[in-house]
Design a protein around this ligand. Structure first.
Ligand code: G16
Length: 541
């Protein structure tokens, strides 16, 4: 075993979901090694334990895994379970940690960020519950990375990950497993596969875009082999290290083929896509995009129709900027709804304590207590199960939902790659007004509350402050401004708006029309355009 000397890098603070940087940064000598050693130093349970390793197959995935294997051996790990070809979707990695009682998992992904030599790379560490470790651990990893002077690694030839096998690196066992089977079996336990198979064989057409990312092999096994979807129902299913030159973010800007099909003539009945590492999802019907905030609300309202949830749900949670459509369902079901900061790690304690069954985020993440990550394929299967059980199209399900609970019109405007100082000025400008806003009126909007969101974890009492600025109005509408924690260039400001509408004849309006006045007020109060020098958001979803 060799001990290599190194020097700290000052930018290894994990963001919303692990450490994400440009590939050029991650591949600097010792950059990955420093961060991985900081994980080993902060997670002593890995010594003598089992570690799950895999990633979304992006550029540098293959070399990074080899480095991690050699460092795992040098740091005393007893067994590594790795996905064949180094692939594991994020939810599958979470499942494997739980299934095999592993002490932790390293997932190599920068999620929906682009890949390739000029793209992004990332690594996140999940703990023994299968979920992203809490802030106390990411803070410890960062602190360690700032004082690191050496890392441990063994010299070895590259391990052949191309076939399922049991190998050894010295006395460390390396189990290379099929990345799909365990996960697909779990899905079959949770959902009514015979009913979904009957739905599909009866002519209900589905269209799934894997975006050349990790979900391709999962989609083929689950949707084609186990559920009988025809080959043409699945597109872009071969993982590629550049995501086919695309950007594995399943929105209209990037999942172009899918959106063209779903909004074209003879659209399929059901469309869906997932992202780079398979934890995000989007759902579409014919000529209809389901807002992720609505999706988690529909799932919570209908989960009992799936076998794995037939006993009902104990509670739900959403990230703060996610619309309150979920709160309305929880109210009707008589279960608690928790509001957490952005970041899947904040759901972990609630799930572990059995306080919630379903949780989701506006950023296209939805999941349940079956794993401790958001889960793209799971969400698609849940929607298919609901469609099969209700005998309804996506549009009919949404109409029924809005008639019952009202509609939270919702949109997010992103200002990407903004100069960091300017972004902080925008936040400071709004923060400075918060105390004086309550009671003020802007057109039909009267401010009810304005605050900086602080979360106190109900299980361990840990406090997370500065989680975004909220301005709520008497009519149930709200806007939120926060800084993203996942970008790799400058700062990304996110402005989120929602307007609650309960009048039965106002549930079918164009969201941009309903939200226009609210966003005008939000832009005025934040002064985002003048302070950033931008005329418009770079992305609207
Ligand atoms: C990550 C987190 C999510 C978060 C999303 C966006 O998702 O796991 O909880 O909602 O980033 O975060 P931000 O608004 O800070 O950019 P993913 O899919 O990128 O890992």
């Amino acid at each position: 075993m060799a001990i290599k000397t190194t020097q700290a890098f000052d930018d290894q603070k994990p963001g919303t979901s692990g450490l994400r940087k440009k590939v050029a940064r991650f591949t600097l000598p010792n950059y990955l090694e420093n961060f991985v050693q900081s994980i080993f130093d902060s997670a002593p349970e890995l010594r003598g334990g089992t570690l799950i390793v895999g990633g979304d197959g992006r550029y540098y995935n293959d070399r990074a895994i080899q480095i991690i294997l050699r460092m795992a051996k040098a740091n005393g790990v007893a067994q590594v379970i790795a996905g064949q070809d180094g692939l594991l979707s994020t939810p599958a990695a979470s499942h494997l940690i739980r299934k095999f009682g592993a002490q932790g998992g390293m997932v190599l992904s920068a999620s929906h960020n682009p890949g390739g030599p000029d793209g992004d790379f990332g690594i996140k560490y999940n703990g023994e519950n299968g979920g992203p470790v809490p802030e106390s651990v990411t803070d410890a990893i960062y602190a360690r990375s700032q004082m690191i002077t050496e890392y441990k690694i063994v010299a070895a030839q590259p391990v052949d990950l191309s076939a399922c096998a049991e190998l050894f690196l010295g006395d460390m066992r390396i189990s290379i497993i099929d990345p799909v089977t365990d996960y697909a079996d779990l899905m079959e336990e949770l959902f009514d596969f015979p009913a979904i198979r009957t739905l599909i064989s009866g002519g209900f057409t589905i269209y799934f875009d894997a975006m050349h990312a990790v979900t391709g092999p999962y989609a083929k096994e689950i949707f084609s082999n186990r559920l009988g979807a025809p080959g043409e129902a699945l597109i872009n299913c071969k993982p590629s290290e550049t995501f086919g030159g695309g950007h594995p973010d399943p929105g209209p800007a990037n999942a172009k083929d899918l959106f063209a099909a779903m909004f074209g003539d003879n659209a399929p009945d059901f469309g869906a896509a997932s992202d780079g590492d398979g934890d995000r999802n989007i759902i579409l019907g014919k000529n209809l995009f389901v807002s992720p905030s609505d999706s988690v609300a529909v799932i919570a309202a209908n989960a009992h129709l799936a076998p794995g949830y037939k006993g009902g749900i104990t509670g739900v949670a959403r990230s703060m900027p996610t619309s309150s459509a979920l709160d309305r369902v929880a109210g009707a079901l008589g279960v608690p709804c928790y509001e957490t900061p952005t970041g899947w790690k904040f759901f972990g304690n609630l799930l572990d304590a059995g306080k919630i069954t379903i949780c989701g985020e506006e950023s296209a993440g939805t999941s349940s207590h079956h794993v401790r990550e958001k889960d793209g394929i799971w969400a698609v299967l849940m929607w298919l199960n609901i469609s099969a059980a209700r005998g309804q199209s996506v549009a009919q399900i949404m109409q029924d939902h809005w008639q019952c609970y009202g509609r939270n019109y919702y949109a997010r405007h992103d200002y990407e790659a903004v100069d960091i100082d300017k972004a902080h000025k925008v936040m400071g400008h709004l923060r400075g007004q918060l105390d004086n806003l309550p009671g003020q009126s802007f057109g039909q909007y009267r401010v009810k509350f304005a605050d900086s969101f602080t979360y106190t974890d109900p299980i361990d009492g840990s406090v997370s402050d500065n989680q975004g600025l909220r301005v709520g109005f008497d009519n149930g509408s709200r806007f939120v401004m926060r800084l993203s924690g996942t970008g790799t260039v400058g700062a990304t400001l996110r402005l989120y708006g929602e307007v609650l509408e309960t009048a039965k004849d106002r549930l079918d309006l164009a969201p941009e029309d309903v939200l226009a006045e609210l966003f005008t007020i939000a832009r005025k109060l934040t002064d985002v355009h003048a302070l950033t020098g931008r005329d418009e958001p770079s992305l609207m979803t």
